[in-house]
Design a protein around this ligand. Sequence first.
Ligand SMILES: Cc1ncc(C[n+]2csc(CCOP(=O)(O)OP(=O)(O)O)c2C)c(N)n1
Ligand SMILES: [Mg+2]
Length: 278
Amino acid sequence: MTVKPLISAHDLASRAKAQRKQNLELIYNTGMGHIGGDMSATDILITLYFAILNIDPRKPNDPARDRFIMSKGHCSGALYSTLANRGFFPVEDLKTYMQPLSKLNGHPDRNKIPGVETNTGPLGHGLPVAVGTAIGAKLGKQSWRTYVLTGDGELQEGSNWEAAMLAGHRGLDNLTVIIDRNRLQQGDWVEATNNLEPLADKWRAFGWSVSEIDGHDYDALLETFHSLPLEKGKPSCIVAHTHKGNGISFMQDHPGWHHRVPTEAELTEALQELGEKA
Ligand SMILES: Cc1ncc(C[n+]2csc(CCOP(=O)(O)OP(=O)(O)O)c2C)c(N)n1
Ligand SMILES: [Mg+2]
């Protein structure tokens, strides 16, 4: 597949800065959301949607499109901002986030939002669905790829490992899992609740090829996505080392900011840190 980046690494970074601000205001205005995980996933989402995925917002159901599944569905604020900015629905609609009768529910719904491939929110279901779509593409001899973004705490769900085992067994080199490795779960460190390490070796043992990168480094993200599959005949796992609350000093790496909502003063401080201009 030929990938044609729409914008450079520098442009991706300034787009991400603007989107982080938009995402913060979204959560402040609605009084709900998962800001920490939104901020850790933003650079990965921006890179995929603006430089990597073979998608057309005007044809969200094009059979030839790449499939992206946001398995960490609680971070809907980051997904909706990305989809709106990429043109899947009007940016204006973001104002309805989690309001009564809005299509923009706390957890993404594929029947309501163009560009959402499957419903997520209950953790541990994105990868099993992604394995299914990747098998479907292989059976149909289709060249489109499947990408799935999981949380690291989410990997404590056993369903992921059953899916990982099947993907390895089937040699799904059209499938990529990106792990948002921010080391935090809901309210505590992942390692304190149920240790995942040695994480990369676990995936290798299940038959995957693994790359570990800085999930906030656009050059690393672009280079790794462009080199997929990491190994022919194997599914690819990208362990993206990230920071929950990335970009905002008082939120970063702080368990309390899993789903805290900023006060007006905190919002002002966060927006200032992100810079007046995009
Ligand atoms: C099956 C299931 N159990 C519990 C939850 C509640 N929950 C929402 S987010 C979360 C923590 C997820 O941590 P992680 O996957 O690391 O996400 P991130 O750090 O990226 O926000 C939990 C336990 C859920 N959504 N689904
Ligand atoms: Mg996490």
